[in-house]
Design a binder for this molecule. Structure first.
Ligand code: DOR
Ligand code: ZN
Length: 407
């Protein structure tokens, strides 16, 4: 297959050119012109999204999401590779649980996948620590003491190998009693991020998930990388007061949005990730609503809309959604270049449409962005195979593991 049209070239930016894709699903060649039969791209061709933070709930919570439904949502939203978090049931915290989840993903995922493995004290002394093909180790503060949390972060970052991704909220600020309104949830955790990050090791092994505050950004440990989610850029307590938007870390203030935007634009926050965390509307409406906002299908479309509105440079978005997560996790992908997987999206920046719940594929069945203008990709290719077109899934299964061995 040869695609022809405007494309995002990793060195030259938007240029007219052709991309030849081999039968093995890799990009064979990128050149100004090529002989042979070509398919014209309308709008432009970008590297597809790589979302290094999703909760596909499988195994354990099929009413919320499965590998089939979550990966369908990803593909239709222009994301062809994901990393799934370990808080499933059973949790991904052992080679057996890892193998079970990897088998389920390989059997049902449309998109390529990696798995995060839950970190705990002593994990670096396990015989399998250096061998399990995890995307990263993930550390949660829930139910832990600060001493345990901090010691585990220090232990795992010092051990080397895969990165450590932290949920950067100080355990002593985590109040599990149900809030009656959204602002109360935020108020409980006002200092949680900054206090946690202030005590974390300065290590290039450390990656801070879902950065949410101006103070957290200012206090990022030296050498650490960070990600930001669309909801912490686009939503805040002033604009959104529904308890459905209870999320950890919580929505904050417009001042925090502005600081995060500045850090995202200038690359101090390199990575865009969704923290896709589906819960059902009836769970959200209960007396004790779970935290989480679905977002894997809307992440790229909402951010393309920001590009179209002149609030974000296209090159920065391409870097944050494709190049930077791949680089962070040591994978040769995310660029339209020879040898890379042909994971591509066709995008027309003039084709905005409102987010409609009935067109989304997650089992969550709700979105805080309903009615927001967004630019959904017209076609999405995973390793050269068309997996979504005009918001409809074109393939089932076929996703492969991103990590087969530790580097
Ligand atoms: O809001 C959240 N939801 N934050 C988390 O850290 C976990 C996630 C979930 O799994 O629902
Ligand atoms: Zn998460």
């Amino acid at each position: 297959m040869i695609l022809e049209g405007r494309l995002w070239h990793p060195q030259n930016g938007l240029t007219e050119g052709c991309v030849a894709v081999g039968d093995d699903g890799a990009i064979e060649r990128v050149a100004k012109t090529m002989a042979g039969r070509k398919q014209r791209v309308c709008g432009m061709l970008l590297p597809a999204g790589f979302d290094m933070h999703v909760h596909f709930r499988d195994p354990g919570f099929p009413q919320k999401e499965t590998w089939a439904s979550g990966s369908a949502a990803a593909a239709c939203g222009g994301v062809t590779a994901v990393v799934d978090m370990p808080n499933t049931q059973p949790p991904t915290d052992s080679p057996t649980a890892f193998a079970t989840k990897a088998q389920r993903a390989a059997a049902a995922s449309v998109v390529d996948f990696g798995l995060g493995v839950s970190a705990r004290p002593g994990i670096s002394r396990e015989a399998w620590f250096g061998e399990l093909p995890a995307a990263f180790w993930k550390l949660y503060p829930y139910g832990k003491s600060w001493e345990d949390y901090r010691a585990t972060a220090t232990e795992v970052t010092a051990a080397g190998g895969r990165p450590l991704v932290i949920h950067g909220e100080h355990p002593s600020h985590i109040d599990m009693s149900p809030p009656t309104e959204l602002a109360e949830h935020t108020a409980h955790r006002r200092l949680a991020e900054a206090e946690c990050l202030a005590g974390m090791p300065a290590s290039p092994q450390l990656h801070v998930a879902h950065l949410s505050t101006a103070d957290g950004l200012a206090g990022l440990p030296a050498g650490a990388t960070a990600e930001v989610c669309p909801h912490h850029l686009l939503l805040n307590l002033d604009a959104c007061d529904s308890i459905d938007c209870k999320v950890d870390p919580p929505l904050r203030t417009p001042r925090d949005n502005a600081a995060l935007w500045a850090g995202f634009r200038d690359g101090r926050i390199a990575v865009l990730a969704s923290d896709h965390a589906p819960h059902l509307p009836e769970e959200k409406a209960s007396d004790n609503p779970p935290s989480g906002i679905p977002g894997v299908e809307t992440m790229v479309p909402l951010m393309l809309q920001q590009v179209s509105a002149g609030r974000l440079a296209l090159g920065r978005l391409v870097n944050a959604m494709a190049e930077a997560p791949a680089d962070r996790l040591g994978l040769p992908r995310g660029r339209i270049a020879a040898g890379q997987p042909a994971d591509l999206i066709e995008v027309d920046l003039k084709a905005a449409r409102p987010v409609a719940l009935e067109q989304l594929h997650s089992r969550a069945g709700w979105s805080p962005y309903e009615g927001w203008d967004a630019i959904f990709p017209q076609r999405v290719w995973r390793r050269g195979e068309l997996v979504a077109a005009d918001g409809e899934l074109q393939a089932s299964r076929g996703g492969r593991p991103l990590f087969t061995a530790q580097p």
